[in-house]
Design a protein around this ligand. Structure first.
Ligand code: HEM
Length: 432
């Protein structure tokens, strides 16, 4: 618990493709380290595996959802959510994402230090909440939801690692978590009820889920089902984005050349215009910056599955009831797959042949049937927010500042304070 990330990373140096560790007494947990075995677990073996401890815990804490479901139930839930993540839906979201980013940047005080991670959690939640709820939550409710969700996010990560009995202790740590989780659920439940009663189609994800029906019964989803899905989406799609955005801004601030290259590209592609959905595929350097951030600073530290029956994994026979887990953060930093892995180098992705060679060990959004449903949504948010922020402000970061990754529900920067500077010259007047 003191250095959970360091512990998992250290296994790579010392052990082979599969390592048994004890997370929960009485349960065998195998850390899968080899990329081919990881892919096999995520793809070929996926239909026969449960999702394992991490997701089961999420289900207990947040309710059943596409993230926690396995088998046919997962297929059904995934189908219900899929339309919200279609290409054309996401193109519609770019203006909302840009607008929320501009509002955030305008709220930062020039020449003052900003807690960048905290600002990115707020921004990610604003972007997600606006696209999911279409503005049907008022400002005060947004603020409450943000504060509560941040408590839930920190609590989910810790609880996955702790034995179940710890949750039952009457500690402030537990009471705070339960109160925040219940408050988030109540807020979402209330938004669902209001929409149901008004019969209004707000054209957002909430309306879409209200129209979805259960394939087996033909009945609409209940308010509880909808709130579980949305609660889980908010958890899956907020902290992850916030962490990657924070790291991307940090890397850009640290390296003047990278920053100039990002700005030059934005200048030549966008001129004085605001970024639109058509521009997203026309920014190859920014794309490489994001890709490299997702490599070096991946947010995933333990993705789990569980064998239901005795299962063959590579040359091993794994007994039923075994937890399997892999750590993207450690995999993406393994020198066996990425030369000079701790160096942030967007140009390692420049050469297609080299990029293809990295592919087997590069799993930013996972693989197989549980691959991130929000991958395109996430990349759109990341490019839109980074482009909009760097066009409007510059961050100063002390050269000697060491930012430590910490593993909670996601791997994120411990503390990241940077000074906001207004950009000089004509570029400052651009629209973002
Ligand atoms: C940089 C940001 C993100 C990263 C790195 C990321 C990563 C991942 C990964 C690795 C998985 C697969 C987990 C597994 O194998 O079980 C996953 C699943 C998922 N993600 Fe993301 N994600 C991100 C953003 C988002 C966003 C923005 C949303 C939604 C708005 C989202 C929603 C989901 C959902 C619902 C699943 C479960 C899919 C399923 O089991 O069918 N994610 N994500």
């Amino acid at each position: 618990m003191r250095d959970n990330l360091g512990f998992i990373a250290s296994l790579r140096n010392r052990y082979g493709p599969l390592v048994e560790i004890t997370l929960q007494p009485g349960t065998r947990t195998l850390i899968v380290q080899d990329p081919d075995l990881i892919r096999s677990m995520l793809t070929d073996l996926a239909p026969g595996l449960d999702k394992g401890r991490f997701f089961e815990k999420m289900g207990q804490l947040l309710g059943d959802s596409v993230v926690t479901a396995a088998g046919q139930e997962h297929v059904r839930k995934r189908r219900q959510l899929q339309p919200a993540f279609g290409r054309s839906e996401i193109a519609r979201y770019v203006d909302i994402m840009r607008g929320e980013t501009i509002t955030a940047v305008d709220s930062w005080v020039p020449d003052r230090e900003l807690d960048v991670r905290e600002a990115m959690v707020k921004l990610s939640l604003d972007m997600l909440a606006k696209t999911v709820f279409g503005g049907s939550l008022d400002e005060a409710t947004f603020r409450r939801l943000r504060a509560d969700l941040s408590v839930v996010m920190n609590g989910v990560g810790a609880r996955v690692m702790l034995p179940d009995w710890v949750e039952k202790l009457p500690l402030p740590f537990n009471r705070r978590f339960t109160a925040a989780r219940d408050a988030v659920r109540a807020t979402i439940d209330q938004a669902v009820t209001e929409l149901q009663e008004s019969g209004r189609d707000s054209g957002d994800m909430l309306s879409l889920l209200l129209r979805a029906t259960d394939e087996e019964t033909g009945r609409p989803l209940t308010g509880h089902q909808i709130s579980s899905e949305i609660l889980t989406l908010a958890v899956a799609g907020t902290e992850t984005i916030a962490s990657v955005l924070s790291w991307a801004l940090y890397e850009i601030a640290r390296d003047g050349e990278i920053r100039e290259q990002v700005l030059d590209e934005l200048d030549s592609v966008l001129g004085e215009s605001p970024l639109s959905s058509e521009d997203l595929s026309r920014l190859p350097f920014l794309d490489r910056v994001i890709r490299e951030t997702l490599r070096l600073h991946h947010t995933g530290w333990l993705v789990t599955r569980r064998t239901v029956t005795e299962t063959r994994l590579g040359e091993w026979t794994v007994p039923a009831g075994t937890e399997l887990a892999y750590c993207q953060h450690a995999l993406h930093r393994d020198p066996a797959f990425f030369p000079d892995p701790l160096t942030f180098d967007p140009d390692r992705w420049l050469d297609d042949t080299q990029a293809a060679a990295f592919a087997p060990a590069y799993l930013p959004f996972g693989a197989g049937k549980h691959k991130c449903i929000g991958d395109r949504f996430a990349l759109t948010e990341l490019v839109t927010a980074v482009a909009t922020i760097v066009r409007r402000v510059r961050f100063d970061v002390p050269q000697d500042m060491a930012v430590r990754p910490v593993a909670r529900a996601t791997v994120r920067p411990g503390t990241l304070l940077m000074t906001v500077r207004q950009r000089g010259g004509s570029a400052e007047r651009r629209q973002g």
